[in-house]
Design a protein around this ligand. Structure first.
Ligand code: FES
Length: 83
């Protein structure tokens, strides 16, 4: 069980810590048509937590990369370009 949780954290990290929003939920929202940050905020609650939006640069990076390449970054918290 612990290994499964650790694997999930690696492949599907929480991007918005405040609202506990994982990477895959944000990706699904983008694929379903959220093509701006406000739409992602509304669809997922990512970016609108009590910290004031410290995850927003990562959300922007995810969105910009997808709109440009139609692919998602493996770990948008890092500087990489593979799924
Ligand atoms: S980490 Fe996303 S709003 Fe705080």
């Amino acid at each position: 069980m612990k290994n499964k949780i650790n694997k999930n954290i690696k492949t599907n990290p929480v991007i918005c810590i405040c609202n506990n929003v994982p990477k895959d939920r944000i990706e699904k929202a983008i694929v379903r048509g959220c093509n701006s940050l406000p739409k992602i905020y509304d669809a997922t609650t990512a970016g609108v937590g009590p910290c004031g939006g410290s995850c927003r640069p990562i959300l922007k990076k995810m969105l910009d990369h997808y709109l440009k390449t139609k692919e998602f970054l493996a770990d948008p918290r890092k500087n990489n370009h593979k799924k």
